[in-house]
Design a binder for this molecule. Structure first.
Ligand SMILES: *Cc1c(COP(=O)(O)O)cnc(C)c1O
Length: 377
């Protein structure tokens, strides 16, 4: 059996090596390393793939969130609601901009932001909601957009983990995740479903005014060279990464399909009363399995992780500490009882190897170990 990796970036590269190598050399030979034709080409192909009016490339997914928030002209102290159970980026950029992060609990079955908790967290100062499509599954966007409309709030979708997933709305229209809110953001960090070979990110919007503003913000607030109309940042996707991404974009549906297939195989093979398997809440295509995350309910999650590691199966804990408990984001006015779900699942979750190159032998081996551990513990 081949060595098992949490993500197999090298294996994926080997499949497209000749195309990638050629594209990278082309960029190097072109001499246009920043904002060259490769960036424009990828940007326009991503706009087509997502059916969105504007894609604004930038340096990483955290910058993408920051620029999205900067575009909204919020004032210090304005409140932004986001989820307690995610990577720190969203709460980090809210705090960094002098805004007030308001963390809310998640749904126990999807790990995504709890709609009812959003409603009860809204105050006069609330200006925006940042849902995260966690582990590759879209949040309940119809409800989020309805709440946002009713309360005049912006919605920024953090789509770093769910590029390519499709949300079916109440009118039965299929819309790509990240293009439903006012702004969507993503990351091209190597291990994401669409990852480059370094750092990268992008912002999506159908709003022409927001797009214009964000194009300036990522480029020092410049529209005309050396004329600075806004206080911006420097956040660029470089041409080499864009050329790589353009090739991987052609394969993204195939990659996501193979992740979904691997998820189905795990769910078929793993069987234990102590394990709760991932649930797909909406349609098949609403989940692209950035992570395949199980909950172990017998209190022995850390032992399970050790057991898997001892048997050369890497696995991850996303995320071990709720954001409201992190030193940087603790607040006196949070009640632990407002975070019952996050507090519980952060002690139960573990994520199995998930990528587009997993084979059946590996999945059988991993699933058997999970079953074996639960049967003897
Ligand atoms: C990876 C990730 C980010 C940050 O992306 P970077 O490119 O690493 O800055 C933000 N949000 C979520 C949910 C992520 O998974």
């Amino acid at each position: 059996m081949n060595k098992i990796h949490m993500v197999d970036l090298k294996g994926q590269y080997n499949e497209i090596k000749s195309e990638i190598d050629k594209a990278v050399i082309n960029v190097i030979e072109s001499g246009q390393y920043i904002n060259g034709p490769a960036v424009q080409e990828f940007t326009s192909n991503l706009e087509k793939y997502l059916s969105v009016s504007h894609v604004i490339p930038c340096a990483n997914g955290t910058d993408a969130l920051q620029v999205a928030l900067m575009a909204l002209d919020l004032r210090p102290g304005d409140e932004v609601i986001t989820t307690d159970f995610t990577f720190a980026s969203s709460v980090e950029v809210i705090a960094l901009l002098g805004l007030k992060p308001v963390l809310v609990d998640v749904e126990v079955d999807t790990f995504n932001i709890d709609i009812e908790k959003i409603s009860s967290a809204i105050t006069k100062k609330t200006k925006a909601i940042i849902p995260v499509h966690l582990f590759g599954q879209t949040a309940e966007m119809d409800e989020i957009m309805r709440i946002a409309d009713e309360n005049n709030l912006y919605v920024i979708e953090d789509n770093a983990q769910a590029i390519g997933s499709v949300y079916t709305n109440s009118k039965n229209q299929k819309i790509k995740a990240g293009t439903i809110g006012h702004i969507g953001t993503t990351s091209f960090f190597p291990s994401k479903n669409l990852g480059c070979y370094g750092d990268g990110g992008a912002i999506f919007t159908n709003d022409d005014d927001l797009a214009k503003k964000m194009r300036g913000l990522v480029n020092h607030g410049m529209y005309k060279r050396y004329h600075h109309d806004l206080v911006g940042i420097n956040s660029r996707l470089d041409s080499v990464q864009a050329a790589i991404l353009d090739i991987k974009l052609k394969n993204i549906d195939k990659y996501n399909e193979s992740r979904r297939k691997s998820a189905t195989i795990y769910s078929d093979l793993i069987n234990s009363n102590d394990i709760i398997k991932p649930m797909i809440k909406y349609s098949e295509d609403s989940h692209v399995f950035h992570q395949y995350t199980l909950r172990l309910t017998n209190g022995k999650r850390d032992e399970m992780v050790n057991f898997l590691n001892e048997n050369n199966v890497p696995c991850g804990i996303y995320y071990p500490i709720p954001l409201h408990s992190q030193n940087a984001y603790k607040r006196d006015d949070y009640n632990e009882s407002d975070f019952n779900v996050t507090n519980k699942i952060s002690k139960e979750v573990f994520s199995l190897p998930m990528h587009s190159e997993l084979d059946m032998d590996q999945q059988k081996f991993i699933s058997n170990l999970v079953n074996e551990f639960t049967s003897k513990s």
